[in-house]
Design a protein around this ligand. Structure first.
Ligand code: OGA
Ligand code: MN
Length: 297
């Protein structure tokens, strides 16, 4: 069919036992063409944490072109990290514009397990990070596989979870220890951050697999349960979901372009980078549905 990638040389190399893969043989600096995007999408449906390495010197316009190939790129809610010229992109960084250490970016940002944007009416589907500076040790991004988290639940718990829904609000998670910076008055006035309810178990529109959809940072409670019962059930699901066997920890190299599927993973910043080493990534978040079915056809 039409979507067969011309660079059939692209190969997938697993990075972790249950999550994480590298797609080799793709060089975005040579062009973000439909066959290349098709190859990436096919790899991505089977590998929800996927990295392309050595994508040297991609500029913001190329990253936007890359993101646009997957859907609508939603601007991030933390305004001070937005790219000054391109609102679709923002920075994940431990350095302030004046070169001094950004304490929030260094030690607090995204340290609780979460999926991006679960609190939105239309949550993010995919996020990508592009490494511009990477520390020599630490600073990993940690991921866990929420398909496996769901599929390996004891049957009674799985059945129970199937019928439940959660209320999510930005930074109001039942286990949020480091909330994101406050919203501006203008952001609050939009009404977009009042929180939303989503099923506790979601079916991935492309793979058809079911996954647990919780986020320590943003999931406030299970609808219809007493708070104590909700906390206890969330704790149980969460403890199961973050077991080490389900995780992959990504050690960054400059030029890594890593993308992950928000609908079947959780992630967090692992910390531990030296204070005097830069850790800078450029980031984009895709909200609209990614059209896998056509890519896979
Ligand atoms: C985030 C995030 C991960 C990291 O900023 O939303 O998840 O490793 N960052 O910095
Ligand atoms: Mn995140």
């Amino acid at each position: 069919m039409t979507a067969t990638p011309r660079d059939a040389s692209a190969t997938i190399v697993p990075l972790g036992r249950n999550l994480g893969a590298e797609l080799r043989g793709v060089d975005l600096t040579r062009g973000i063409t439909p066959p290349v995007i098709a190859a990436i999408k096919r790899a991505f449906w089977a590998n929800p944490v996927l990295v392309l390495r050595n994508q040297r010197d991609l500029g913001p316009e190329q990253l936007i072109e890359f993101g646009n190939a997957f859907g609508y790129i939603a601007p991030h809610s933390i305004l001070q990290y937005r790219h000054p010229k391109y609102e679709q992109l923002s920075y994940v960084t431990n350095v302030k514009p004046d070169g001094s250490l950004d304490e929030y970016g260094y030690a607090k940002r995204a340290t609780d397990w979460h999926a991006d944007g679960v609190f939105k009416a239309k949550p993010d589907c995919m996020t990508f990070l592009y490494s511009i500076a990477a520390p020599s040790v630490g600073g990993h991004t940690e991921f866990t596989n929420m398909y496996l988290a769901y599929e390996t639940l004891p049957e009674d718990l799985r059945r129970r979870a199937d019928g439940l829904a959660c209320f999510h609000k930005r930074g109001k998670g039942w286990r949020c220890t480091a909330p994101p910076p406050p919203l501006t008055e203008a952001q609050k006035a939009t009404g977009e951050f009042e929180g939303n309810v989503h099923p506790l178990v979601i079916t991935h529109p492309e793979s058809g697999r079911r996954s647990l959809y919780i986020s320590a940072a943003h999931t406030s409670y299970i609808v219809g349960l007493e708070r104590k019962e909700s906390d206890a059930l969330l704790d149980r699901l969460y403890g199961h979901a973050i077991q080490p066997e389900f995780q992959y920890h990504h050690k960054w190299q400059v030029g890594d372009l890593l993308m992950w599927d928000q609908r079947c993973t959780m992630h967090r910043a692992g910390g531990g980078a030296p204070r005097d080493e830069k850790r800078i990534m450029m980031r984009g978040m895709i909200v609209a549905e990614l059209d896998a079915k056509r890519a896979a056809a």
